[in-house]
Ligand binder design. Structure first.
Ligand SMILES: Cc1cc2nc3c(=O)[nH]c(=O)nc-3n(C[C@H](O)[C@H](O)[C@H](O)COP(=O)(O)OP(=O)(O)OC[C@H]3O[C@@H](n4cnc5c(N)ncnc54)[C@H](O)[C@@H]3O)c2cc1C
Length: 396
């Protein structure tokens, strides 16, 4: 799939132009919010300093996993479940609008236990999930291995999470980019926002690193892991990059899943996860293995160490992957916040300045709910959708 198709010319000269909303950052968060706000009739510009959709949104694995990621009931789980609920409609509408399929699959996930301690932790999690009323189950080893004969056989069982899905995040950014253009959002690539410009205590524009100025009634910061670098704010945004490295493999036939019988379509492959690695299938047979988590600033990857770690864990889980072809390795920077929660809402000290950042490990999952909430907040000035635990006030 060519992720550069339909690329518009870089908006030639933005100097002095005015928009109802300027969005900083062209990842899934910025693009989906821009599309949402544009639907309400506002003029919208997205400023992207690099190419649209080549940040964390491109590097992710595309798991949509609120139950797998939430450690306890609370605002993150509620927001994640709201997003999961929105995903089917969001995916359908986006695919129609963009004419690009995004491989949204309601596949479920198996979390595998290989030690007594892992089994105990997963069984506690199962009890918790069932008590909350979520569809989940314990699968004995024979059942898991029947569908996944390539797995290491000394398995103790697996927690099956039914409400755990996946999407192809690279197709997602392609589709969002296209849908933005269809709706009349202006996209400007190669345009770095250097600083927010204010008048009194309200944001009124953006200074670009080439010295040009764009005027705006409202500004939405969606610059992901780089949010802390933005100038012109009374305090820098407390977002730090957490690097993740991944590898794409093409397993040899029968590598992981039971081969489909001739004439019978194989089931939609599930996501497989241990405490050290996840394996996310794509419909074309690729398997994405990941991911490392490194707090090393913006040090670029992938590194030998990171890739070796991923390959070691992947082949330990599925020995048959030793014969797999390595297709690609890459890295990306997750936008980490101090408490691991997204930062969503109006900036406390500057009016008309909104933040949608800090989505850390779950920005793909949270895209529809974030777009919904930020659309209402920015365009309609309603705050009802935003969990208090996500509001920027908590950090300043
Ligand atoms: C290896 C890895 C695996 C992941 N797996 C998953 C997963 O399975 N499921 C899930 O839900 N999430 C996952 N995530 C997390 C998810 O990718 C992020 O939370 C999400 O993509 C954040 O989206 P974003 O739009 O905020 O950031 P980004 O996609 O990084 O977009 C930010 C954009 O802002 C631009 N920018 C930065 N500064 C400026 C500036 N000054 N001016 C203009 N533009 C600027 C950048 O170039 C970038 O394009 C993963 C992340 C990684 C790295």
């Amino acid at each position: 799939m060519n992720s550069h198709r339909n690329r518009p010319a870089i908006s030639a000269n933005l100097d002095g132009r005015h928009f109802d909303l300027v969005v900083l950052g062209g990842g899934t968060i910025g693009l989906s919010a821009a599309r949402e706000v544009r639907t309400r009739g506002l003029s919208v510009l997205v400023l992207e300093r690099d190419s649209i959709g080549r940040g964390a949104s491109w590097a992710a694995a595309g798991m949509l996993s609120p139950l797998g990621e939430a450690l306890e009931p609370g605002p993150f789980l509620r927001f994640g479940l709201r997003s999961l609920e929105l995903w089917p409609t969001f995916a359908r509408a986006l695919e129609e609008e963009a004419g690009i399929g995004i491989e949204y699959r309601e596949c479920g996930k198996l979390r595998l236990a290989y030690s007594e301690q892992e089994e105990a932790r997963l069984r506690r999690r199962l009890a918790w999930a069932l008590a909350q009323g979520f569809p989940a189950d314990w699968w004995e080893p024979a059942r898991v291995l029947k569908d996944h004969p390539g797995l290491r056989p000394d398995l103790r069982g697996a927690l099956y999470l039914e409400q755990d899905f996946r999407v192809d995040n690279r197709l997602l950014v392609d589709a969002l980019r296209r849908a933005c253009l269809v709706r009349g959002v202006e996209l400007a690539e190669g345009c770095e926002a250097a600083a927010i410009e204010t008048e009194g205590k309200r944001a009124r524009g953006v200074r670009l690193s080439n010295g040009h100025r764009v005027r705006a009634d409202r500004i939405l910061v969606a610059t992901g892991a780089w949010s802390g670098q933005l100038g012109g704010l009374p305090h820098p945004l407390p977002v730090r990059p957490i690097r993740g490295e991944m590898v794409a493999l093409r397993p040899s036939t029968g590598g992981v899943w039971r081969a489909g019988k001739p004439g019978v379509a194989p089931g939609v492959p599930r996501v497989l996860e241990s405490e050290r690695i996840y394996l996310v299938p794509r419909d074309d047979g690729r398997l994405l293995a990941g991911a490392t988590e490194m707090d090393v600033g913006f040090a670029k990857g992938p590194t030998v160490d990171g890739v070796m770690h991923v390959l070691r864990e992947a082949t330990s889980l599925v020995p048959a992957l030793e014969g797999a072809q390595i297709l690609e390795s890459w890295s990306g920077f997750r936008p980490g916040s101090p408490d691991g929660m997204p930062i969503l809402g109006e900036f406390p000290a500057v009016g008309d300045l909104f933040l949608a950042t800090g989505h850390y490990r779950n920005g793909i999952l949270l895209t529809p709910a974030t777009a919904e909430a930020m659309g209402r907040l920015v365009a309609d000035e309603s705050t009802t959708d935003l969990p208090e635990a996500f509001l920027p006030d908590r950090l300043f």
